[in-house]
Design a protein around this ligand. Structure first.
Ligand code: NA7
Length: 545
């Protein structure tokens, strides 16, 4: 990652398609596009494949979608030969899986590691993207595909004095490769989102003391993670095609979540308690989908929120700590619902202390530890689990400019606008995988990634067979799509929460609800109809300019 810049090459290299990123999306893009006879190159900042699963290697990092569902469907042979070992795969296993995919399909020879794309400028006359890397290399490409991930730019907190801290400090999204030894140490953890909720129980097992600095509590549900049952794995493998079809027909890309048909308010208190208990016992995020109006009706939401709040109080023995951990400021499931193993139970350990920043606000980081209004908390190690500049951060980290010299950053100054979360008006031959305006983070990411990669690859294939070299989203189609995305979001409680879905976690970031809430099935049908209609909403040209 600290590669020395090399002088620019005299002649830029030329490819048909340049892919930025080698996570789930980038790998499958290389496979698909190369399979269509394109000359493809992928540029990856990490030293290996994996994307978010390469960087987020903190203790306890684990997927919250079940392994059998969170995997590629494009190769039945791959599906059959890979053996998952746990119900929910941990980061090392997902990274091993992606390494296996990169080797099995011989993808690594098209990937340049330890390299960042810094700039991409569209040359309208030549109909080419001119791309620059931090190693000084220039690459020209007809198509540029940003497979940069939704959660790939870690966000440090705006706390005074971080640089003054005398001990070791880590951001969860940029975790070191060598093991971090917490034995005998007092560890401060800042943040209580999905990441911390996975990390804190693991650190508490090793450290002498853990101080958790919590500004806002989140709802967390038990995962019920367990070793994979070999018979269950076999059963799914025998029916994989059917499961994949169900995924694409579902709202979230997860086949095992039942689609709720009843309102929380039409069910008797006894029955809804039974239904919620069943969801709690089953584990995972499915509980949030017990009723069909949880994210629409405040009263229905309260039924589920109240159930989880009671569970928190039942688990945490100190009632004051239990109350501090209980969310009361947002509707359940409108911020990312967390999934844990023994998170709340960890607060019953004698070596774990919750510092409630709502009662005693964080003031600064000092060389010896964390200063809150009332006291200095000495710590040896600091872990920042403070999240990401989500969904747009990685796209905007690259200086992307169109033929008129206008940057994507300026174009999105008031928030991201896209057509289908796949393309941006004014930026020809630029595609995004799971961009804002698509289901992305509100779905099983692998299902949404495959759908986008297939759509983009089919589109490029169609262009080649129809003698088209340039595709650009029309402004009116984009405006129409953005209006639809907003209308769907505004009909829910989602937009009311201060979540990273809306950019609320990054000061100065425009408040726009970024993912598309219409569901994987409806969205997939819309994308298919656009393609079948000869790419309606896009302008396609035979020649450049
Ligand atoms: P999140 O969910 O964005 O959580 C970040 C946490 O960090 C959250 O609790 C924040 O509190 C806290 N935070 C951020 N800045 C500060 C400051 N300045 N002081 C105190 N606390 C702060 O990120 P995660 O990495 O946990 O999860 C991101 C996604 O990755 C997750 O949803 C999964 O999809 C995978 P706040 O809520 O802002 O008060």
């Amino acid at each position: 990652m600290s590669a020395q810049p090399v002088p620019p090459l005299t002649a830029p290299s030329t490819v048909d398609a340049l892919v930025v990123g080698a996570g789930f999306a980038g790998l499958y893009l290389v496979h698909r596009l190369r399979g269509q006879g394109l000359k493809v190159r992928a540029i990856e900042a990490g030293s290996d494949v994996g994307g978010t699963w390469y960087w987020n290697r903190y203790p306890g990092a684990r997927c919250d979608v079940e392994s059998m569902e969170y995997s590629y469907s494009f190769s039945p042979e791959l599906e059959q030969e890979w053996q998952w070992t746990e119900r929910y795969a941990a980061q090392p296993e997902i990274q091993r899986y992606l390494r296996h995919v990169s080797e099995r399909f011989d993808l690594r020879r098209e990937i340049t590691f330890d390299t960042k794309v810094t700039q991409a400028i569209y040359d309208a006359g030549a109909n080419r993207w001119r791309v620059q890397t931090d190693r000084g290399e220039q690459i020209e490409a007809t198509w540029l595909v940003m497979a940069t991930g939704c959660l790939s730019v870690p966000k440090l907190p705006e706390i005074e004095g971080c640089e003054r801290f005398a001990g070791a400090s880590y951001h969860s999204g940029h975790w070191p490769h060598e093991p971090v030894d917490f034995s005998g140490k007092t560890v401060g953890v800042i943040g209580t989102g999905s990441t911390s909720i996975q990390l804190i129980p693991k650190v508490a097992e090793q450290a002498a003391r853990v101080l958790v600095f919590q500004r806002t509590p989140n709802f967390s549900l038990p995962s019920r993670n367990a070793p994979m049952d070999p018979q269950e794995q076999q059963r799914i493998k025998q029916n994989y095609r059917e499961m994949r079809t169900q995924q694409r027909r579902s709202p979230t890309g997860v086949s095992s979540y039942p689609i709720p048909t009843r309102s929380a308010l039409e069910v008797s208190p006894e029955e809804r308690e039974q239904m919620l208990e069943a969801g709690w016992a089953r584990g995972g995020t499915g509980l949030g989908r017990t009723f069909n109006d949880v994210v629409r009706d405040p009263a229905a939401n309260e039924v589920v929120a109240d159930f989880v709040r009671r569970k928190i109080h039942a688990k945490v023995t100190n009632p004051e700590v239990a109350e501090a951990l209980t969310p009361r400021d947002h509707y359940i499931a409108t911020k990312r619902i967390c999934v844990d193993t023994d998170y709340y139970e960890t607060y019953n350990r004698p070596n774990v202390t919750l510092v409630d920043l709502r009662r005693d606000p964080l003031v600064s980081i000092e060389p010896q530890g964390v200063r809150t209004r009332d006291q200095l908390h000495p710590v040896d190690v600091l872990v920042y689990a403070t999240g990401f500049d989500a969904m747009t951060g990685a796209m905007l980290a690259v200086d992307i400019r169109n033929g008129a010299g206008r940057s994507l950053r300026d174009t999105w100054a008031d928030g991201p606008k896209t057509y289908l979360g796949l393309a941006v008006a004014g930026f020809p031959n630029l595609f995004m995988v799971t961009g804002p305006g698509s289901p992305s983070v509100l779905s099983n990411m692998v299902v949404s990634i495959e759908q986008h990669v297939d759509w983009i690859s089919d589109c490029i294939g169609w262009m080649r067979t129809h003698g088209k070299q340039r595709i650009e989203a029309r402004t009116d189609a984009q405006e129409h799509w953005v209006t639809h995305v907003n209308e769907v979001a505004d009909a829910t409680l989602f937009a009311k929460a201060n979540s990273w879905y809306t950019g609320a976690n990054v000061p100065g970031k425009p408040r726009v609800f970024m993912p598309y809430l219409g569901g994987v099935a409806a969205y997939g049908e819309k994308c298919a109809a656009v393609a079948q209609g000869g790419y309606t909403g896009f302008v396609l040209d035979a020649a450049a300019g």
